[in-house]
Design a protein around this ligand. Structure first.
Ligand code: PLP
Length: 520
């Protein structure tokens, strides 16, 4: 094995089979690991040599260390009990495609640097566009993440706003009014980052208030737009979300589209997570009006079984995208009339052959298979939400339009009816444990209870939940979105929640008090 160059053809065949075996084996045994990594900071680094090996090592040694050092330090995103954040899971099609992508190692920056990669990317985006029910006027590109997609959209919107920042930049100019970006107070942080990176600054953001379903208040948006216009600002982009990260809220897109059309403002729709659900006729209603957006982002690497990274940026007009970033130095010029150079849309020159992942996925699962996957997830989330509604120990914290359930535990109740007196003791202890006044009221005590409950659940191993804060209240999230998750995994999450909840209630207040002291 200690060759100076790469493996010989025979060695490669053998090594590839060995890795394929490891991959298949990992998929079989991933459930045996705790979902959430249990290592402490520095633990993995301490097992790694401080310098690169001077001599080539056999594949077996690397695979051994992969098992020994790396796997214990991973949070297993492909564990079926991964119910935190939004899942990003690897379907077989996705894994196989990645293997081929790496093998071809194509860089589709220009049409001629791989015509088929460019044309396949265009074609799978058109397939996707059609499955999503969007009109033919949409085309797009595949970028790495939704953060990049939304940033790219903001650059196009900035150009479309007519300040010619491409030539003149934004600094040192007295002729540029303040550029303003509108998002709801539930929008993803990537929009804030985009505003920072695009030179607009955080002060350019208007965080529009939301209603009792955490959806943008369209009238508040309208009011804000008016007052900004009056003050001489230049509204540059409105970003509406379908399926917010926090609670899956759906902004009133049709109303917002009306407002944007009237004011002549760029509408960007962030459907990074929920977008694939537009493939389901029964969910189309939630996407009403998104066909009027100037740009849309949907991440197949979230709810569509595609391994990181794959974010589809759709748009109706390529010109502002080209106007913001297209640039061809002499050494990249080529003479193919009418051919599309993907580097012209977006910041990156080099680009991975991501279209191949969607091509494998659409073909290996079929549109019917993808719809079935989404419906399975929606069904599992609906079942879990039902349990939260029926079980007096819990409550739903937000509507459940997609696959994510926001819920809270009631600290005071157990199914068997723990006495008020006992529970009051819990709160007394909590307050006693925090004489500094941190836990000064029932809301904070309840937040603390929920935080502790989630930590206990996550320590158990088989499932991983994450949280958000809604109206100042700590809220657990269970998001079903992995190709591997089945009914029994969501069931396990429910049972573990119940066990830990009852354990906490039964343990009285002192345990929580002590825990607080160590975690605060
Ligand atoms: C996850 C998410 C993003 C960011 O996605 P990346 O691909 O990780 O950048 C943006 N918007 C929403 C609504 C999301 O859920």
């Amino acid at each position: 094995m200690a060759r100076a160059g790469d493996l010989s053809p025979e060695e490669f065949r053998e090594a590839a089979s060995r890795v394929a075996e490891w991959v298949a084996d990992y998929r079989d045994r991933v459930e045996e690991f705790p979902v959430l990594a249990r290592v402490s900071p520095g633990e993995t680094a301490a097992m790694l040599p401080s310098s690169a090996p001077e001599d080539a090592e056999p594949l077996e040694a690397i695979l051994d260390d992969l098992d020994r050092i790396i796997l214990p330090g991973l949070t297993h995103w492909n564990h079926p009990g991964f119910l935190a954040y939004f899942a990003s899971s690897s379907s077989a099609a996705g894994i196989l495609a990645e293997f081929v992508v790496a093998t071809l190692g194509v860089n589709a920056m220009l049409w001629r640097t791989s015509p088929a990669a460019t044309e396949l990317e265009e074609r799978v985006i058109l397939w996707f566009r059609e499955l999503l029910g969007l009109p033919e006027s949409f085309e797009g590109v595949i970028l790495d993440t939704a953060s990049t997609s939304s940033f790219t959209a903001l650059l196009a919107a900035r150009e479309a706003a007519g300040v010619d920042s491409r030539e003149l930049g934004l600094t040192g100019r007295s002729d540029v009014p303040p550029l303003v970006v509108y998002i709801s107070n539930q929008a993803h942080s990537s929009l804030e980052k985009a505003a920072i990176a695009a030179g607009l600054g955080r002060q350019s953001l208007r965080r529009i208030e939301t209603d009792d379903r955490y959806a943008m208040d369209a009238r508040a948006l309208e009011r804000q737009l008016r007052s900004d216009l009056k003050a001489g600002a230049l509204p540059t982009m409105v970003c509406a979300t379908i399926g917010t990260t926090s609670s899956n809220a759906v902004d009133p897109i049709a109303r917002i589209a009306d407002i944007c059309a009237e004011a002549g403002v760029w509408l960007h729709v962030d459907a990074a997570y929920a977008g694939p659900a537009a493939m389901l006729p029964e969910k189309r209603e939630l996407f009403d009006g998104w066909d009027r957006a100037d740009s849309i982002v949907v991440n197949p690497h979230k709810w569509m079984a595609t391994p990181m990274d794959c974010s589809v940026l759709l748009f109706r007009d390529r010109r502002p995208f080209r106007a913001s970033l297209a640039l061809t130095p002499e050494y990249l010029s080529s003479e193919h009339e009418g051919a599309l150079d993907l580097m012209d849309v977006g910041l990156a020159l080099g680009r991975r052959f991501r279209g191949l992942k969607l091509w494998f996925l659409f073909r290996q699962m079929g549109a019917a298979g993808l719809r079935a996957l989404l419906r399975r997830h929606l069904g599992l989330a609906a079942d879990f939400a039902d349990r939260m509604r029926r079980d007096s120990r819990f409550e739903l914290a937000a509507p459940v339009p997609f696959g994510t359930v926001c819920f809270r535990a009631h600290p005071r109740r157990t199914r068997s009816g723990t006495s008020e007196a006992r529970m009051n003791a819990v709160f007394d202890d909590l307050e006693a444990a925090n004489e500094g006044g941190r836990v000064s009221n029932e809301l904070e005590a309840s937040n603390e209870w929920n935080r502790e409950l989630m930590a206990r659940v996550n320590r158990r191993g088989p499932v991983f939940l994450s949280h958000t804060v809604l109206d100042g209240r700590f809220t657990m999230r269970l998001a079903v979105g992995s190709v591997h998750t089945e009914a029994r995994h969501v069931e396990a999450a429910y049972l573990i929640l119940c066990e830990e909840h009852d354990e906490m209630a039964g343990a009285g207040g002192s345990a929580i008090g002590e825990e607080r002291m160590t975690t605060v």
